[in-house]
Design a protein around this ligand. Structure first.
Ligand code: NDP
Length: 256
């Protein structure tokens, strides 16, 4: 086996948001294991430092960059730090997200704002900061990737998840439209829509009934693992640069 086979992402510089847990952490770990240098972004600094240590112990290169994607200043500061340490980035994975279901008539504007600001505007903040890097990499003839973790929730309707579903529909539509601007300039945009996956996502629900309902769905269906989603991300970004898997739906087999 030659090095390219063993480390298909050698020479790539990645950032992964939501790297403190779940899909983001699993993706960061796998991209690093496949040869990419990885900047880890989320709010919980300790988690990021532990993951960076773990990656380095396994022979990878990682940088913990505590960041709040709902803050333009925080994202700009993270970008400056990453460029100082790693130089320009050629692979951006937007996995940070939050899911806060409640009946619409509860009028939880606090939750709506948090979901919109994290799941949609957060992705825009990252996109704005790193578009010049991605275009430069593509211009230089190298692979350049923007990967957005949307959700099957972009397509299905479910009571009490209206705003979460709306943010994911927006993200899926954003990804498709970004392709029309980036694709002609050789930057890939990959939108991944997972179904039920075993992560911390449901742990922020403050409605006991809805939390219980979600637990039941997990028991009934049997979720994917975060590592399985990470495999999909790593597969997509390791394709030859003219191949763009633009839309991927990954469901547990039993999820209708
Ligand atoms: P997790 O809750 O485990 O991961 C979410 C991550 O986002 C955490 O690391 C969290 O870290 C980070 N995050 C949340 N808010 C912010 C913020 N303001 N700034 C920076 N980072 C933030 O859940 P998942 O791994 O499941 O979620 C990953 C993505 O997958 C999300 O976009 C989610 O919507 C999507 N998804 C999940 C599905 C599932 O069944 N689990 C199904 C379909 C899609 P911290 O709190 O430290 O900031």
């Amino acid at each position: 086996m030659n090095t390219a086979d063993a480390l298909p992402l050698a020479g790539r510089t990645a950032i992964v948001t939501g790297a403190a847990s779940g899909m983001g952490a699993a993706t960061a770990r796998l991209l690093a294991a496949r040869g990419a240098r990885v900047a880890l972004l989320a709010r919980r600094a300790e988690r990021l430092v532990d993951l960076a240590d773990e990656i380095e112990k396994d022979g990878g290169v990682a940088l913990a960059v505590p960041t709040d994607v709902t803050s333009t200043e925080s994202v700009a500061a993270a970008a400056a730090l990453i460029r100082d340490d790693f130089g320009p980035v050629d692979l951006v994975v937007n996995a940070a997200g939050t899911m806060l279901p409640n009946p619409i008539d509860d009028g939880r504007a606090d939750e709506w704002t948090r979901m919109i600001d994290t799941n949609v505007t957060g992705v825009l903040r990252l996109t704005k900061e790193f578009t010049p890097d991605l275009l430069a990499a593509a211009d230089a003839g190298r692979a350049a990737d923007l990967v957005n973790i949307s959700s099957i929730g972009a397509h299905v309707t479910f009571p009490n998840y209206a705003v979460y579903g709306a943010t994911k529909a927006a993200l899926t539509q954003l990804s498709a439209n970004l392709r029309t601007e980036f694709g002609p300039r050789n930057v890939r945009v990959t939108n991944i829509e997972p179904g039920l996956t075993d992560t911390e996502l449901g742990s922020h629900i403050d409605n006991a009934e809805l939390s219980g309902q979600l637990d039941q769905m997990f028991d009934l269906i049997g979720p994917l693992t975060a590592e399985e989603i990470a495999e999909v991300v790593a597969f997509a970004v390791a394709q030859p640069r003219h191949v763009n898997l633009r839309q991927i739906i990954v469901l547990p087999t039993r999820q209708a």
